[in-house]
Structure formats: structure tokens, C-alpha cells
Design a protein around this ligand. Sequence first.
Ligand SMILES: [Zn+2]
Length: 177
Amino acid sequence: MPIHDSRIRIDELADEGRDVRFGQDDAWALAAATEALEGEVSGLVAALHIERIAEVVRVSGRASASVVRGCDRCGGPVRLDLGGDVELLYEPTPHPALVEDRILDESELDIGFYDGRQLDLVDVLMEQLALWLPVRVRCTDPGVHQVGEAWTCALPDAEEGPDLTRQNPFANLRLPE
Ligand SMILES: [Zn+2]
């Protein structure tokens, strides 16, 4: 069943949990995916199960999306297909005092946090897509497809580096003929 509100009330979650499906047609999901993937998103679909295990919320299932964005080397449009199993855990946000006293360091824990009452699927979707998105996206990487006719991935001439010879009075000293 499509959901129109991305926020799931955890304190009202049934014992058996809840199934949620969302995708391209849900405006909040498309906006979240577009922000996370920094490009034009298509084929976004997610089928997730949300359940509570004691204080921890488990989000599992599958999701996938494609994005068209610029190659990080040549700038040409490339398509990236992302997707797979989802397995995320969320704990209630620790009391600020625990973080302040360095008893807990959020950045060192491999777990997400929610406010204890509701979990926002915007955060879930953005986190999962960010985990799948490579740090760098280049034409030659596996799973990356050039859009349109193939071209040779190379740095554009104008962007190979600034031309320092005119601005730098010592350029000739450093680069003898
Ligand atoms: Zn490229």
C-alpha cells in the first residue's frame, strides 16, 4: 500500500511490524532520492518491513533506483543502477548527556538513531542510497553506463589544471626550456 506520509509512528507499531511500499510516484521519496543521489532519479522502488525489537527499530527489505548524473572525471552523463537488500537498525537517540560525556560517540556507532517516537522514511531512504552510492562515479567504473553514444572518458582540456604561466612570475624559473 502506498504511503503518503513518510513518518512512521514507532510507538504505535503493531507487534508484527508493518510493511511499506513506496517509489517514484511518492513525491517525498523522489525528492529524498534526488537529494541523496544528486541527479535525475528513475525507477525508484522500495518494499520494506519495519519492526520493533525492544527499543531498536529494524528496517529490512529491498530497494532500488537509477540515477543519471555527471561522470566525476569527464562530466558526461552516466547512469548508475543501485539496489539490493536493505538492513538498517535505529536506536532511540541517546540522552544528550551520554554523548556530551563521551560515553557514546554517535559517529563511532554503526547504527542510526530516531527520536524514539517516529522514524522518518526520508532519512531511511537517504541513508540507504548514500551507502550504495560510490564516493566517485566514473564512466569506467563497473555498473556505470554512459548515456547515449559511447565516448572516451577523459578530463576536459580546459579542466586539466590552471595555467599558471601568466600569473606566476616564477613560472619560467621552475620550468626551464
Ligand atoms: Zn567519464
